[in-house]
Design a protein around this ligand. Structure first.
Ligand code: FES
Length: 114
């Protein structure tokens, strides 16, 4: 699990919550707990770089940016509402021994909002 970084305790991430963390390579990542599943996306909104972890995780699985209201699917990073046009990167996540580990970036969908 060497390429995975310990970023938080599971207890720091209750259901419906998000947390901004920074990886050792300085990449800002937003970890979230959506209905009991912990995942991670890039923490910078692709519209104007606001922190996604300061936004809202909705019941439909979208994360809304607090600045101009763009929404992304938390599982795929795909844009679900403008003004963002480009998806967020998605990261591998593992949970072990009560800790959250963020791994490599998963290839993001080449999808633009319609
Ligand atoms: S910075 Fe996120 S919608 Fe504008």
């Amino acid at each position: 699990m060497s390429e995975y970084e310990d970023v938080a305790a599971v207890g720091d991430l209750p259901e419906g919550e998000m947390l901004g963390v920074t990886l050792s390579n300085r990449q800002p990542v937003c970890v979230y707990n959506y209905r009991g599943t912990i995942g991670a996306v890039g923490n910078l909104c692709t519209h104007a770089m606001f922190h996604m972890s300061d936004g809202v995780l909705h019941n439909d699985g979208t994360i809304e940016c607090a600045w101009h209201g763009a929404r992304y699917d938390c599982r795929t990073g795909a844009v679900r509402r403008h003004p963002a046009e480009w998806p967020l990167p998605v990261y591998e996540v593992r949970v072990a021994d009560g800790r959250v580990f963020v791994g490599p970036e998963v290839s993001a969908p080449e999808e633009q909002a319609s």
